[in-house]
Structure formats: structure tokens, C-alpha cells
Design a protein around this ligand. Structure first.
Ligand code: FRU
Length: 480
């Protein structure tokens, strides 16, 4: 699995389609796999939704919307069932990628498919032909609240292009944006464009693009810029693109359509730099936690994109773990289970894991502090999440992850705006997601430790404010 695609909420159901090769656990002929959920956590597998074909090629990434009355314009013979025409049917716009003579190039064109129920899809052909651009893909469609018309943004090499349409079928090119901005290494992919309320009053548009392939720094390239969008042109308000997520494994994020009052998205938790190295058996690729987006004003007066796990996540929080030790100990009191903690730590708590594979570790401090959370994997070392008054550091370097370790940057430090606040760490088998200060800074990183999580530790630096740390086990939501 790679990118989420066609995310749409319809009749009380979240549809999650995704880039999928059903033949093996590596990238190949792309289909749209399909899963559904009512709460974004309990997913049920559904049959494959879109298949490659000889005329349009593979079914690359795209988006989906619920059709308004009238649906897409079609000739009578194209209409295969009356249900397809009814308002409330779904329309997907995706990239057909037709292999060319060279194994590495495809003819990329934007195609439409419609469905009455989200399960059976009817491909309806090309709606935006390729204008001679090699990388021309990943259309994301939305309805512009001002004009009432449809807009579409797609990635076109080193920039994005905007199109408009009255009916999801006749598309007109409107403008381009982004040349020379943001990451310029590697082609852009998977754009998103949506509106969010400003903290005080009014709204702001957020344009997101991903740049990943060929990036020498191997960092996941989800980046955003805020501005105005009149349905045809994007006018940036704040300078240049900024990172969405500071980890290495947050890519191809897409937001759901149909839930405009809540802007929710999910991303492929991986990166092209190492996704060809599956560390798993029988499957490869996974999604991040679904996250709710908001805008906030930074201390320097800049509008920032914040992300929190969606509120439905609360239902997964199970029992609280009792610490093995939670008293303020001197380091020399520390007995064996705590030996992984640093020697200059003055307050220590530790928890022995209880066989559950997913945990939420929440810390809170009301004055500047420096502490570390350690995830210890029996004899396979530890991962450290460290907060100081000015930085967050996620260090996977001391964790034995086999060949995976050699392909990734294992240590990353990110500046923080606030000297104290909350750090919420969610570890689920092989994904580590860290949300700092209500989601103003977020990191997502894959972990493939050779052994299971055995102990969680909390160590506060000598003289720093102790803060509070709690650990909860998380309920399993997908049963296979
Ligand atoms: C992003 C991407 C898209 C493309 C899809 C193919 O991860 O490269 O640009 O549509 O994956 O699977």
C-alpha cells in the first residue's frame, strides 16, 4: 500500500481507497484498494475498486467527491445504470498512467470513474489530457464555497496547476503555482487544497504538496503554504512552504471530502527512500493516525497548520498502566529495569509493557523542562523522544532495526516554539507519532525493532520541572 486516495465520507461511511498492488508486497501495477469505516479506526476490507486497464493504464492517485444533483455530464449510452446518475453518487478523478516504451515513463492523464455505492466503479475516460508534461498527476478536487464551482489541483513536475469545472467533467486550465518554492529537489506529488477557519475570524486556504523522490536528505516532503484561493488562482500570504510533519514517514497526505466542517486527513506512513525495503511479512505499507487539522497563530504572528489525532481516537484508549516505579529516585537508587535511563536523570518512572502492542504516552509540564521518554525493546535497544525548552528530538539510532537502520536518518532534532506544554506519543507496532503542544509540531517515524516493546521510561533532567507522564494501552481496532 502507498498513497491514500479518493477519500470521501458518504452516507455515514468513511471510504479509504489506497494505492495497492494486489500481486506482491512492493510497488507495481497500481489498483485502488478499498476499506470502509464509521469511526476512522475500525476498518473493513472491501473488494478492489479500480483496476489498471489497457486504455488508461494503472490507476494512480486521485480524489473523490459526492456528486451534486445532475452528476457528471454523460451521453445516454455512457450511463450504465440509473443509480449512477442520482445525486449522492460518487465521482472519482484519478490519474490513469499508461506505460510507454520506456519502462520508467507513463502517459499520465486525469480520468473519471463514477459509483453509486463506493464499491462498484465505472471508469468513464479521460477528462484532462496530458499537455506534454511527464509528471502530471494526483488530482485533488473540491467545491469552491465562493463560486460554487469545482476546482482541481494537480502536480505538474516542479509546480501545481489549477483547473475549474462546472460539472466535474469539462475542465479548464486556470493557473500554475509554486515554481522555485519549497523543496525543489524531486518532482512534486499529491497536492491538497482546502479552507480552514482562522483562530479569530475569517478563513485561510492551505495548499499542501509532497516532494519525495530523489530528495538527498531523505526527509518526507509534506509541505504547506497558506493563502487565498478564488477558485482559479492561489495567492500566498506567508512567503514559502513549511514542513507539515517533521519526521521521516509522513507522505501523500489526503483530506476527506464530504466532512468540510471537520478537515480530517491521513497519510502514507513511509517514504520513497526506503519503502522498497519491506520489513514485514505478507504486507507492506500502512497509514498514519487520522488527524484533524486546524490553524493557529504562532507566537511570531504567523498562521500555522496544527494536527491532532481525530477525537475518535479517545475510544481506543484502554487501561492506564501502573508504573513499576514512579518516585523521584536518585540515579544511584536505580535498579536494573531502569538502567536504560540516563545517569543525570533525577526523576524516573518506568512501566513494564503488558503484551499490548500499542501505547499512548502523554506528558505535561507547566514550566520549562527537559525530559526523555524511552521506548526500550528488550535486547534490541531503545528509541528516545527528548524534549528540552527549545527542541524535540526523536532518536532511533540506538534501536536495532536490522537493514532498515542503514537506510534512514535515525536522529532528528526539531526546534519548538514553546518551552513547555504537552507531548503525546503514540506508538503502534511499527509507527511512532509524536504530537507536541496540541499538534503545533508533529513527527511521524517508522520503527522496525527486532524485539517487542518491553519497557517505557520517563526521565527528567536533574533540576528540571518534573512534569506528569501517563501511559495507556491502546485497544486493537483492526482484526485480521
Ligand atoms: C506518490 C505517488 C503518486 C502516484 C502514486 C503511484 O506516492 O508517486 O504521485 O500517483 O504514488 O502509486
Amino acid at each position: 500500500m502507498n498513497d491514500p486516495c479518493g477519500l470521501v465520507w458518504h452516507d455515514g461511511v468513511f471510504h479509504l481507497y489506497y494505492q495497492h498492488n494486489p500481486h506482491e508486497n512492493r510497488w507495481g501495477p497500481m489498483h485502488w484498494g478499498h476499506a470502509v469505516s464509521e469511526d476512522l479506526f475500525h476498518w473493513r476490507d472491501r473488494p478492489i475498486a479500480l483496476f489498471p486497464d489497457d486504455v488508461h493504464g494503472m490507476a494512480f492517485t486521485g480524489s473523490a467527491v459526492v456528486m451534486p444533483p445532475g452528476g457528471t455530464r454523460k451521453s445516454a449510452e455512457e450511463v450504465q445504470s440509473a443509480a449512477d446518475r442520482s445525486p449522492g453518487s460518487l465521482c472519482a478523478i484519478y490519474t490513469g498512467a499508461l506505460p510507454q516504451e520506456s519502462a520508467h515513463s507513463t502517459l499520465q492523464q486525469q480520468c473519471v470513474a463514477t459509483s453509486a455505492d463506493g464499491e462498484r466503479w465505472t471508469p468513464r475516460g479521460v477528462v484532462i489530457a496530458n499537455p506534454g508534461i511527464a509528471d502530471f498527476r494526483d488530482p485533488k478536487v473540491g467545491r469552491h464555497p465562493g463560486t460554487g464551482g469545482w476546482y482541481l489541483v494537480l502536480a505538474a513536475g516542479d509546480h501545481v496547476q489549477f483547473f475549474s469545472s462546472p460539472d466535474l467533467e469539462r475542465w479548464q486550465y486556470e493557473s500554475s503555482f509554486g515554481h522555485g518554492l519549497g523543496y525543489t529537489e524531486g518532482e512534486w506529488e499529491c497536492p491538497n487544497l482546502f479552507q480552514l477557519p482562522l483562530p479569530d475570524d475569517g478563513v485561510r486556504w492551505v495548499l499542501v504538496v509532497h516532494a519525495g523522490r530523489g530528495l538527498s536528505n531523505r526527509h518526507a516532503g509534506a509541505q504547506y503554504i497558506t493563502g487565498d484561493f478564488d477558485g482559479k488562482r492561489f495567492h500566498p500570504i506567508e512567503g514559502d512552504f513549511r514542513p507539515v510533519d517533521h519526521g521521516h514517514d509522513f507522505y501523500a497526505a489526503q483530506s476527506w471530502s464530504g466532512t468540510e466542517e471537520r478537515r480530517i486527513w491521513i497519510a502514507w506512513a513511509s517514504h520513497w527512500a526506503h519503502s522498497d525495503l519491506p520489513q514485514t511479512q505478507g504486507w507492506a505499507g500502512t497509514m498514519t493516525l487520522p488527524r484533524e487539522l486546524s490553524l493557529a497563530m504562532s507566537t511570531t504572528g504567523v498562521v500555522e497548520l496544527h494536527q491532532r489525532p481525530v477525537r475518535e481516537f479517545i475510544d481506543l484508549i484502554e487501561h492506564e498502566l501502573r508504573p513499576v516505579s514512579d518516585q523521584s529516585r536518585r540515579p544511584d537508587d536505580t535498579d536494573e529495569p531502569h538502567s536504560s535511563l540516563t545517569a543525570d536523570s533525577s526523576t524516573i518512572a518506568s512501566w513494564a509493557t503488558d503484551g499490548t502492542a500499542a501505547y499512548r504516552i502523554a506528558t505535561r509540564s507547566t514550566e520549562p523542562t527537559s525530559f526523555r521518554v524511552l521506548l526500550r525493546f528488550a535486547n534490541a535497544g531503545a528509541v528516545t523522544i527528548e524534549r528540552t525548552p527549545s527542541t524535540l528530538r526523536v532518536d532511533r539510532g540506538a534501536c536495532d532495526m536490522g537493514s532498515f537502520s542503514t537506510r534512514i536518518d535515525t536522529d532528528k532534532t526539531v526546534p519548538l516554539a514553546s518551552p513547555y506544554g504537552t507531548v503525546e506519543i503514540i506508538f503502534d507496532h511499527s509507527i511512532l507519532e509524536v504530537f507536541v503542544d496540541g499538534g503545533s509540531t508533529v513527527t511521524t517515524d517508522l520503527l522496525f525493532p527486532r524485539e517487542r516493546l518491553s519497557q517505557i521510561g520517563y526521565a527528567v533532567e536533574r533540576g528540571a520541572a518534573p512534569g506528569v507522564c501517563t501511559v495507556h494501552a491502546l485497544r486493537r481496532s483492526i482484526h485480521r
